[in-house]
Design a protein around this ligand. Structure first.
Ligand code: ATP
Length: 273
């Protein structure tokens, strides 16, 4: 059982809250990298096979151990997030119509929460409120915004995504998104800039790296092109107002995920009882 006096290098696996820091990995000095995800969003980008899913899996792993959040998984590739399917509150495969329906549902829920907050003259939900934080994980953005469906549907998907990233935070809607196509058509500046956390895994060009981190970082020496192809799971993590931090993500094997899923089912059943 996790207690607040745990040692600095252990990672709690039970009794977590989505309001707790989320462990992602270690930096190049061997220090833990934990992020405050609540009230924020995170974007992962990098070439195929660079390790982006280890970023997603760590966040889902944390959320799976929390009884104060819902997991909404949008898996354009169907198999990337599939291991978590049995504990997901919503699971959308490569189906643009369903993805749009679900994002609209999230948008309505966000607006409903803002109406309620407004009525009680508050600006954001907190851990004492009896509402779940919703963690919406989208892998891969490009499949929904540029590959599946019609142009109209793709544009609608991007509009909804942008609105949720821009306005969802205080209403307890967190967007975690990944793309293996870090280009301006998939991640326009207006979308990129509203993610508080951005992480670039290995990229082939400085322009791609800047597409994720923000213009100018490559010129200042922070380019994900410098990550060697064999350094899987290494990324440059940028937090609002900071400088990119090179880090290595913790890696969850399939066996770890099976274990977490089983434990999560147990936690959720206990919580519902
Ligand atoms: N943090 C990590 N530590 C060690 N190895 C890793 C790590 N992350 C990924 N790998 C290795 O790299 C392989 C590819 O990683 P992963 O599937 O996460 O890449 P990806 O960027 O999500 O790929 P895609 O763009 O196809 O979704 C994994 O199967 C694993 O072997």
């Amino acid at each position: 059982m996790w207690t607040k006096t745990r040692s600095a290098d252990s990672v709690p696996v039970s009794g977590l809250s989505i309001y707790d820091p989320v462990h992602l990995g270690i930096d190049e000095h061997g220090r833990r990298v934990d992020i405050e995800l609540v009230y924020r969003n995170i974007l992962f980008g990098g070439e195929p096979g660079s390790g982006k899913s280890s970023g997603l899996q760590n966040i889902i792993g944390h959320a799976s151990m929390c009884t104060d959040c819902q997991l909404w998984l949008f898996d354009g590739k169907q198999v990337e997030l599939g291991l978590w399917r049995s504990i997901a509150d919503v699971f959308v495969g490569p189906d643009i119509t369903e993805a749009i329906d679900r994002l609209e549902q999230l948008q309505k829920e966000m607006d409903r929460r803002y109406d309620e907050l407004d009525q009680v003259r508050r600006r954001k939900i907190t851990s004492v409120d009896p509402v779940d934080v919703i963690v919406a994980v989208i892998d891969e953005i490009a499949l929904f915004s540029a590959t599946l469906g019609s142009k109209d549907q793709q544009e609608q998907f991007v509009r909804l995504l942008r609105d949720l990233v821009a306005r969802g935070r205080a209403a307890g809607v967190i967007v975690v998104a990944a793309t293996q196509r870090p280009s301006a058509d998939i991640v326009p500046t207006s979308l990129r800039d509203i993610f508080a956390y951005r992480c670039a895994f290995r990229c082939t060009t400085e322009a791609s790296s800047d597409t994720i981190l923000g213009r100018g970082w490559a010129q200042q020496g922070y380019s994900a092109t410098a990550i060697a192809p064999e350094n899987l799971g290494v990324g440059l993590l940028l937090a609002e107002g900071g400088i990119p931090r090179r880090m290595k993500y913790a890696y969850l094997t399939d066996a770890h995920i099976y274990g977490l899923v089983e434990h999560s089912q147990h936690l959720r059943t206990q919580h519902a009882a």
